[in-house]
Each structure stands twice: as structure tokens, then as C-alpha cells.
Design a protein around this ligand. Structure first.
Ligand code: AMP
Ligand code: MG
Length: 353
């Protein structure tokens, strides 16, 4: 792939949206998107890599830049709810209820598309994922662009998703035209994906909106079996790939927080005997309890949102620490920790010890 110059512009996300809409850089970024360019931008979940979803050529460039398998469809992003209606066939009642409750926000709805979206976005499926991010920079960019914008996470495929502009730079510098640096993202895990095309809504990917919050709005929601039973096939094409992975081999350790510490300390000592440099993914409650390992805390068990926010950055830190093996503490599968555990299982390729 021929390298190009990547520009990086800092955009203050704390300005009111109207100020961002007036900003010349935002107009230039929107223009770049309409001309088929690749623009990375912050959302409330992770950084996204945007391309015009009405242009096959532009969308193909996303797959090339990320090294993403072409059978993994992309989510399309809009600035306003009414735009969604132009690009989908219909929105079933459960979809309307979820839109009302959580949009704009970290929720993606799978809906039947109207046929106007280019097939590269949907990987040829009759459905499409739609989302409106709740982030001033993303909203302003999408409103100014006017077109639907296909935007997967702005990382090289398989790597942890980017929650800071420097992560995008590490992965995609020379492969995209522009990076809008709006500072660190807030939620830290990607959007929750819900398929509302069938009899019951189905949770395909846990994310920024918790299952418990979804259940309050659509109590009939089912969880895709592929999320819990590794043997069955996930319905969301992207969930079958190894993902979010640091360079070192990762293992997850089950148990209550105290047992986990004892077991991980034993594993550290065994690995050290084999000459391996060990990393431990832990929480603030346990970070002082490990010896002879590079310890990275993702946040506090008492503040699950902090763990979600820091998770991908913590996984990337192990690459900088150049460890050979990582042992990760685990979390109860509820609230936002359900989403955290989903990402950790992928990062560890499903390995527990
Ligand atoms: P990413 O944009 O990289 O965060 O990934 C988007 C996620 O949404 C992947 O897991 C995709 O497989 C999933 N997705 C996108 N479109 C569809 C669709 N039409 N049906 C089911 N899953 C989808
Ligand atoms: Mg991704």
C-alpha cells in the first residue's frame, strides 16, 4: 500500500456544537469525506474511521487501511435521526423504542436497508447497522457531511480499539488522510449492537449500553447464543474474529478477586522460571499485590465504567512494556462488565486458566 501524508488536527470537543459547525477545519474534514477521503474522528465510544457510505471506492479503502476482512460489515453513522429513515426500509416498534431511549448514544441498531447503501458496507447482507454517536466532534462532522458515513473503529484489524488519537496514529498513520484529535473518548468500549429485524430484539454485541438498561425498554430482548457459548456461531459477522488483542499471549484467570491474586502470582512465578516477562491486567484494588510482573491497572472494580474506559489503552500498554505473556483478572458478567468481559475473552482468544 502506497503511504500518504496523514494530517492531524486538534479539535476542542468542549465547544458548543454551533461553534464546531462554524469551524473551518470541520468543513474541510466533511469535504474530504465527500470526496472519498478517510477521516478518523472521536466518538463517545472509541475513535472511528469514516468514509462516505455512498461510495464503493471510499468504503473499499477502509478495508484496505485497516486490513479488515471484507465479510465483516460496517456500521453507518448519521448526524440526525431523520436521516436514518431515508436509508432503511422500516423501523419496527422495538427499534423505535430503542431509538427514543438511547439515540444519540452508544447503540447500533441492525435494520433492513433500503438498497441504496453500497454492498461493500453491508458485506452483501440485506441488513445494515446504524448509529448516531453522542460526541460533539462526531455529530458536527456527520451533520456537515450530510451523507451516511461508514465508520468501523480506527485501529488496524485485530488490535485493541483506539480510545486516544495517538492510538489511531500508531495504527493508521500513512494510510488515511486525516485524524481529528478530540482527546480521549469517554465510554471506552464500542457500541452495543442490537438486531431488531426479527420477532425479538437480539443483543449481538454488548457495549456502551448495558443489557440491563436495554431490558428496561425492550424486556423481550434475547442474547445471541454466540456471545456466551463459544461453540455456536455468532450472528454478528465481526464477532467471530480474534480481536482487541495485544501482541503477547493473554490468559484470563477466574475466581473471586482474592483467589485471582494468589493464582496469578503463582502463574507469574512459573512464567518467570521459563524466562518470560509477565504482564498483569488488574484493578486499583489489587495493583500493589503482584511481584515480579509489569502491572497495569484498568480502573476500579467499584467503578465499572472506569475499567471500560481504560481497557483498550491498558491492553495497548502491554505492547509498549514488551511482555511475553499477560494474565488478566476477570469481572462479574453484569452491567458494563459484561461488555468488558466480552472484549477480554476476544483479546485472550477465549483462553482461561
Ligand atoms: P466495528 O465497526 O469494527 O466496531 O464492528 C461493527 C460490528 O457490527 C461488527 O461486529 C459487525 O459484524 C457488526 N455488524 C455490522 N453490520 C451488521 C449487520 N448488518 N448484521 C449483523 N452485524 C453487523
Ligand atoms: Mg472494531
Amino acid at each position: 500500500m502506497q503511504l500518504k501524508k496523514t494530517h492531524c488536527w486538534e479539535i476542542d470537543p468542549n465547544q458548543p456544537l454551533s461553534d464546531l459547525l462554524l469551524k473551518e477545519e470541520m468543513h474541510d474534514a466533511a469535504q474530504l469525506l465527500r470526496e472519498g477521503g478517510l477521516v478518523a474522528f472521536p466518538t463517545e465510544t472509541v475513535y472511528g474511521l469514516g468514509a462516505d457510505a455512498t461510495s464503493s471506492e471510499a468504503v473499499k479503502r477502509i478495508f484496505l487501511a485497516k486490513g479488515r476482512p471484507s465479510d465483516n460489515p460496517l456500521i453507518i453513522h448519521f448526524g440526525e435521526v431523520h436521516q436514518i429513515r431515508e436509508w432503511v426500509q422500516s423501523i419496527p416498534p422495538a427499534g423505535e423504542q430503542l431509538l427514543e431511549a438511547f439515540v444519540p448514544g452508544p447503540l447500533t441498531l441492525i435494520l433492513p436497508h433500503s438498497g441504496k447503501i453500497v454492498p461493500e458496507v453491508t458485506a452483501g447482507l440485506p441488513t445494515v447497522g446504524v448509529r448516531i454517536p453522542n460526541h460533539p466532534v462526531a455529530r458536527a462532522l456527520l451533520q456537515l457531511t450530510g451523507h451516511p458515513v461508514a465508520a468501523p473503529s480506527a485501529n488496524r484489524s485485530g488490535r485493541p480499539s483506539p480510545t486516544e488519537a495517538r492510538h489511531v496514529w500508531q495504527d493508521l498513520q500513512g494510510r488515511i488522510e486525516l485524524l481529528l484529535d478530540g482527546g480521549p473518548t469517554g465510554v471506552g468500549v464500542e457500541s452495543t449492537v442490537v438486531d431488531v429485524t426479527g420477532e425479538y430484539p437480539i443483543l449481538l454485541r454488548p457495549g456502551g449500553v448495558s443489557l440491563e438498561d436495554l431490558q428496561k425498554v425492550v424486556p423481550t430482548i434475547q442474547v445471541d447464543l454466540g456471545l456466551t457459548e463459544s461453540a455456536s456461531k455468532p450472528r454478528s459477522p465481526g464477532m467471530k474474529y480474534r480481536h482487541y488483542a495485544p501482541e503477547a499471549t493473554m490468559w484470563l484467570v477466574k475466581g473471586n478477586p482474592q483467589n485471582m491474586v494468589t493464582q496469578i502470582q503463582k502463574l507469574i512465578e512459573e512464567s518467570n522460571l521459563h524466562g518470560k516477562k509477565v504482564g498483569v491486567l488488574t484493578t486499583t484494588e489489587n495493583e500493589d499485590k503482584y511481584k515480579s510482573a509489569a502491572v497495569v491497572s484498568a480502573g476500579s472494580r467499584k467503578q465499572p465504567e472506569s475499567v471500560a474506559r481504560n481497557l483498550f489503552q491498558a491492553l495497548r500498554q502491554f505492547d509498549e512494556l514488551k511482555v511475553d505473556v499477560i494474565y488478566g483478572e476477570t469481572f462479574p458478567e453484569e452491567g458494563i462488565f459484561f461488555s468488558v468481559m466480552n472484549r477480554l475473552r476476544k483479546a485472550a482468544d477465549g483462553k482461561f486458566c
